[in-house]
Design a protein around this ligand. Structure first.
Ligand code: PLP
Length: 294
């Protein structure tokens, strides 16, 4: 096996040792699971496409990574979103600022026609234009997540951790957790939805195929709206940071929060896949400051 793209580190938190695969260290723009999900496109010959089309939120981590991918491959990047708030349009921050600097062309659809216009984007796909669904929720992600699974397997073998292994990673679209569970039937994969309910997450995953039996979705007792500030998420994020690793405030904080709610934390080896997204912390912290929570 070729050498892994990120290290696995022991991480002591609330009196127990976890292991964290530091995918956040791979690249600032392709951090965490976006690198894995875009892996096959990063290895596609540049001549294959001329343009990429995608859509979603204007602070999305996927948007930034696709912008960086297109810059690297020399592809044009058209991104479609709902109308951008005036303050953000005049002074872009965070992921939006960086994606625009990388050459992304931002297009806005009015709220009322947004769902229909987004559905119509699929028709733009042809020999030279690639349409990537929101958040990179596509089978195109399968190859890169399989590479991640190979690296995890290599680490498990080398460190002699053969049984009772649980791999943990947060979900947006669920693409990463789904393909990880599919590629590693020998371990248990735990995830939690950062967007919507567990049922909604399952629906998203079923678009990729039947649900793997080793995949477990936890959480939902306390509802958190996507990317909204919550004191308990900020608290655990700070506690994790003080313990030595910075996670992202949207997905990572929620995953750790739900993991710590489990009445009986799994025995055996707990390996957390850091899903990156640290650039987004800047704008999330601003929202916490605005709400006077920090
Ligand atoms: C995009 C993202 C996720 C969610 O990944 P999915 O494959 O869509 O489930 C999780 N964590 C971070 C930091 C992300 O940026």
């Amino acid at each position: 096996m070729h050498s892994p793209l990120s290290a696995v580190e022991p991480f002591e938190f609330r009196g127990r040792v976890f292991y964290v695969k530091r995918d956040d260290t791979i690249h600032p723009y392709f951090s965490g699971n976006k690198f894995r999900k875009l892996y096959s496109l990063l290895h596609t010959p540049a001549a294959q496409y001329e343009r990429v089309v995608s859509y979603g939120g204007t602070q999305s981590n996927a948007m930034l990574s696709i912008a960086a991918l297109c810059r690297r491959q020399g592809w044009a990047f058209d991104y479609y979103a709902k109308p951008v708030p005036e303050h953000l349009r005049s002074l872009p921050t965070g992921n939006l600022k960086q994606a625009l600097a990388l050459g992304m062309a931002l297009h806005e659809f009015p709220h009322d026609t947004y769902p229909r216009r987004i559905r119509e984007l699929a028709a733009l796909g042809d020999d030279t234009t690639l349409v990537i669904p929101q958040g990179g929720a596509d089978r195109i992600a399968r190859k890169g997540v399989a590479v991640l699974a190979e690296e995890v397997r290599g680490w498990l073998l080398k460190s002699g951790k053969r049984s009772g292994v649980t791999v943990v990673t947060p979900s947006g679209t669920g693409t990463t957790a789904y393909f990880l569970a599919e590629a590693m039937p020998e371990v248990r994969v735990i995830t939690t939805p950062a967007v919507g309910s567990g049922t909604y997450l399952e629906e998203q995953m079923r678009r990729l195929g039947p649900l793997p039996a080793n995949l477990r979705i936890i959480g939902g007792a306390k509802k958190h709206h996507f990317a909204k500030p919550y004191p308990e998420l900020l608290r655990i994020w700070q506690e994790l940071r003080d313990a030595g690793i910075e996670f992202d405030l949207v997905y990572g904080a929620k995953m750790w929060y739900e993991l710590m709610q489990l009445p009986r934390l799994e025995g055996g080896t707990l390996l957390y896949i850091h899903s990156g997204g640290l650039i987004g912390n800047e704008t999330m912290l601003e929202r916490y400051r605005y709400k006077k929570m920090v």
